[in-house]
Write a protein that binds this ligand. Structure first.
Ligand SMILES: [Zn+2]
Ligand SMILES: [Zn+2]
Length: 260
């Protein structure tokens, strides 16, 4: 049994800690594991999109990153709960790929925790899935999250966006290739649903931001007034930037030190 836990819809043990689950709960992960998920911490982050940064050098005087200060980010702000790693990443995989749709409730509470209390929205909009992928999976994970979030915040959920073109899987691709892939992928179904509105755009993971950006672009073109994006997890690129900033050896540095 234990070897096949991740493949079953209703496991009898928690897939994270392997303790046995209460049979009366439809949630396939124990409450202890859900409560112990840690929110992301970053000393430096953009004031709008909250991208975690190694230091403040990439932020302008208003605390904005290059994407946000130049208008390349089409959403007005972005929030996320944790980094896309460890137990949060595993939970998202169970939710998306293992049919554990009932995780939408507990995961949507993480979205709520990620958002500022002062935020107010006219509608919650999920990032759409192409119908073929939705058919294969049985649900759009972002729409399940958006529905739970909308209920908790007492605002309507609007599936305002459609995926008009199937796009190749994005994982492993760079930001520029992702943006090219997504050109023309989304369309607003009924502009009247979004005109003048403050929207909360929901997705499970933010990797480069290309998907949320493409959705926000369409919503803004259709007349949406303000767009806040929220995701469960965000890729933390700081280890990558640290590795290219700190070469293993620095001969010039050791030479000048020795000479002084
Ligand atoms: Zn557990
Ligand atoms: Zn930013």
């Amino acid at each position: 049994m234990a070897g096949n836990l991740l493949g079953t819809l209703l496991p009898d043990s928690c897939p994270l800690c392997f303790h046995s689950l209460d049979n009366f709960s439809r949630i396939p992960v124990c409450p202890r594991c859900l409560d112990s998920l840690a929110a992301a911490q970053s000393e430096y982050a953009c004031a709008a999109c909250h991208i975690p940064l190694l230091n403040g050098a990439a932020l302008n005087e208003d605390g904005l990153c290059l994407m946000c200060s130049t208008g390349a980010s089409r959403f007005d702000g972005a929030y996320y709960f944790g980094f896309h790693e460890g137990e949060l990443r595993l939970l998202i995989q169970l939710f998306k790929y293992r049919g554990m749709a009932s995780l939408a409730g507990p995961l949507s509470r993480l979205l709520l925790r990620a958002l500022p209390e002062s935020g107010s929205y006219d509608a919650v909009v999920p990032v759409p899935l192409h119908w073929r992928r939705r058919f294969a999976r049985g649900y759009n994970q972002s729409a399940l999250l958006a529905g739970e979030l909308a209920r908790a915040m007492s605002v309507p959920m609007r599936e305002a966006l459609g995926r008009v073109r199937a796009t190749p899987a994005q994982s492993g691709l760079t930001g520029a290739v992702r943006r090219r892939n997504l050109r023309g992928a989304f369309a607003v179904r009924r502009p009247a649903d979004v005109v003048g509105m403050r929207l909360l755009l929901v997705d499970d993971v933010l990797t480069t931001g290309a998907t949320l950006n493409a959705c926000a672009k369409e919503l803004k073109s259709a007349g949406a007034r303000h767009i806040t994006a929220v995701t469960l997890a965000r890729a933390d690129r700081r280890p990558f930037f640290r590795s290219i900033q700190e070469p293993a050896t620095s001969p010039h540095y050791s030479y000048s030190k020795g000479a002084s």
